[in-house]
Design a protein around this ligand. Structure first.
Ligand code: FAD
Length: 291
C-alpha cells in the first residue's frame, strides 16, 4: 500500500518500524516479532537504513521479506549519507526492482563525533533534495519524511525547522512521520504550526513505548525528545525493576495513543525496536487488531 493511500479519506493508518539486526540471533528474533505483529495488519512495516549506509542492502532485503513472507507492504528508509546523486538513484532503482513502493526519505545523521552533516561528493545536503530526486526519477513512489514536534536538534529555531519541513512537502512528500515524543502537547502544537504553514499531508505520530528506562533515556536525549517529569519520576522510582518499567511504559503509551487518536491523529507509527510485546499490548488495548 502506498503511503498516500494509508490515510486517504480519513482512513486510520497503522505502521510499525523495525531495523535490520546485526546478528543471526537478531534475525531470528525479528522474524518471530514480524510473525507476531503481521496479524495486526499494519498498512506498512518500515525498515531503517543504518547510519552511514551500513545496512544499505539489508534494508531492501528485509523489506522484500516483509512483503513476501508476512504479506505486508514495506517502506524502505533511505538517507543521503555517503552517496552521490548517481549512487542514490542506483539504490532507489534497486529498491524499486525489489518491489518496494514506499521510501522514508531522510538526510541521515553525521557520523559519531561530528556535529555538522557534510554531504558526500556529488551528493545531497538535505532531505528535501532527496524527496525531489525521488519524485523526478520515480514519480510513482510513496514518500514519507521525518518531522520533529520538539524541533530537530540542529535546527536554529522551531520556525526555521518548520520552513524546512515545508520544503520536503513542497518537493512531493506524501506524509510526515514524527520523531518519538512523550508529550502530546508538543505534537498538538506542531500540528497547529504545520496547518498554519499550509502543510496538509498526514502528520503521523511516532510512538516509542518505554520498555527499558535507561535505553529510552539515551534515545530520547539523542533525538531531543523530552520525558515529562511525572513519567520520569515514576520510572526513576523503579529503576532496578525492569518489568515494572515495562508496565509503566506500556500503560503510558496506551494513554498517549488513546489521546492522540481521540484528538484526530491520522494513524500511529510504532517504533517497535524489533520487539512485539509492547506493541501487541498497545494494539490490543486500543482494539487495533484488524486481522
Ligand atoms: P532534514 O529534513 O534535511 O533536516 C536536517 C536539519 O537541516 C534540520 O535541522 C532542518 O531544519 C535543516 N534543514 C533541512 N532542510 C534545509 C535546507 N534546505 N536549508 C537549510 N537547513 C535545512 N536516520 C537514519 O540514519 N536511518 C533511518 O532509517 C532513519 N529513520 C528515521 C525515521 C524517522 C521517522 C525520523 C523522524 C528520523 C529518522 N532518522 C533516520 C534520523 C534522521 O536521519 C535524523 O533525524 C537526521 O538528523 C535528520 O534527518 P531529516 O531527514 O529530518 O533531515
Amino acid at each position: 500500500m502506498r503511503i498516500s493511500e494509508c490515510y486517504a479519506g480519513g482512513r486510520f493508518g497503522l505502521s510499525i518500524e523495525i531495523f535490520p539486526p546485526k546478528t543471526a540471533d537478531g534475525d531470528t528474533a525479528l522474524r518471530q516479532t514480524l510473525a507476531e505483529l503481521a496479524p495486526y495488519a499494519p498498512d506498512f512495516i518500515s525498515c531503517t537504513y543504518g547510519a552511514g549506509g551500513s545496512t544499505s542492502k539489508r534494508t531492501v532485503e528485509w523489506c522484500q521479506e516483509i512483503q513476501q513472507k508476512y504479506g505486508r507492504s514495506a517502506t524502505a528508509h533511505f538517507t543521503c549519507v555517503g552517496s552521490s546523486r548517481e549512487e542514490l538513484v542506483d539504490w532507489l532503482q534497486f529498491a524499486k526492482t525489489a518491489g518496494i513502493g514506499n521510501i522514508m526519505a531522510l538526510r541521515g545523521d553525521p557520523p559519531a563525533g561530528q556535529t555538522d552533516f557534510k554531504p558526500a561528493v556529488g551528493g545531497l545536503s538535505y532531505a528535501n533534495e532527496l524527496v525531489a530526486l525521488i519524485r523526478s526519477h520515480f514519480p510513482e513512489m510513496g514518500i514519507g519524511v521525518g518531522g520533529y514536534p520538539e524541533k530537530h536538534p540542529q535546527a536554529p529555531s522551531m520556525d526555521a525547522d518548520l520552513q524546512n519541513l515545508k520544503r520536503k512537502i513542497d518537493a512531493g512528500a506524501d506524509g510526515i512521520f514524527t520523531q518519538l515524543f512523550y508529550d502530546n502537547a508538543a505534537y498538538f502544537r506542531f500540528r497547529e504550526a504545520c496547518r498554519r504553514l499550509g502543510i496538509s499531508v498526514p502528520l503521523v505520530p511516532g510512538i516509542m513505548p518505554i520498555t527499558e528506562f535507561a535505553r529510552i533515556q539515551r534515545i530520547a536525549q539523542l533525538s531531543g525528545a523530552s520525558i515529562p517529569a511525572k513519567l520520569a519520576s515514576r520510572l526513576e522510582a523503579v529503576k532496578e525493576d525492569k518489568p515494572a518499567q515495562f508496565a509503566i511504559g506500556v500503560e503510558f503509551a496506551i494513554a498517549q495513543c488513546r489521546e492522540l487518536i481521540d484528538q484526530g491523529a491520522p494513524g500511529l507509527h510504532l517504533y517497535a525496536l524489533n520487539k512485539s510485546h509492547a506493541c501487541k499490548q498497545i494494539l490490543d488495548a486500543l482494539e487495533i487488531n484488524r486481522a
